[in-house]
Ligand binder design. Sequence first.
Ligand code: PMP
Length: 366
Amino acid sequence: MRAASSLLRTALRPVSRGYATSTLGFGREVEGFVGAVGNTPLIRLNKLSEETGCNILAKAEFMSPGGSIKDRAALYLVKDAEEKGQIRPGGTVVEGTAGNTGIGLAHVCRSKGYKCVIYMPDTQSQEKIDLLRMLGADVRPVPAVAFDNPQNYNHQAARYAASLENAVWTNQFDNQANRNAHILTTGPEIWEQTDGGKLDAFICATGTGGTLAGVTRYLTEKSDGRVQGWLADPPGSVLFNLVETGKAAREGNGSITEGIGQGRVTNNLAPDLSLLTGALHVPDSKSIEMVYRLLDEEGLYVGASSALNVWAAAELGRKLGKGKTIVTILCDGAYRYQARLFSRVWLESKGLVQYIPERLQKQYIV
Ligand code: PMP
């Protein structure tokens, strides 16, 4: 009896830091899948914060109902098509995607009664393909060729949508409804969760650029330019050099990270590129080590793009100096990649196993 009432007193007491209270994200009931998107927790990464002397905070997008940051874009892309009259009940949503946007779209389409067709490069993980099929999407893996090739998955998606009645190609790379999702939701949530903008910088990697552009735009305007926006970029992308030197040139070869890295400036990134303060290049050796560290030190089971973001946030903290607050994104969970990220054979084939400390190799690699 006594234990129960003291528990109740503790639960009713407001807390400023520590366990989440019921005021953020757990308000009234929400309307279906789409109502559950967003309002994700902002997690303080304790070990890395201690190590850097900064506050390293990461937004837990793996907790979104479709499992990734791309639920937000999927929702706003479909909303945009509905508002423009491009799709009516019973219609078809067609997209080219490395996976997570497709998964978000497949959820949104299921919940709203649309058909969903996904073109994706055939280099993506089997877990993502399986999940898309479970959600009723018509998945069409196509050879992974560059954007300027007409057989690129985006162009195939565009052509197929144009051949159907009552269908839309949501065009996540160049449709700014994607970036608007982050101006309207992710940015304001970060502002509110940092006690009215008590942060110094935001950093993340880009695929379409929607997250980085939208959040940077919101935070820059809301803070009158005080909060900095930074790009974190994997090998094989042209954006690091573009931001740092003004010339788009590939830095390094491909990367093990999925869903990020870019060969061009998309319409989602273009209007906000000039707002960025700088860019950090993150080699795969750092991203893979951080996948294991986050699991071991923080109990967070996240994918390689999340790990890349966190490594970059810590590095930016070191660069900007002690006491700074840096926010980044945990884009999705590791479930989508576990057959690769925790496989010795796969890690050896990528030449990465030696970057994972011996103790963690013993504990986690199969
Ligand atoms: N991480 C993962 C795992 C992704 O799938 C994506 C989107 N492709 C991103 C990060 C990047 O998000 P954005 O498209 O908003 O740049």
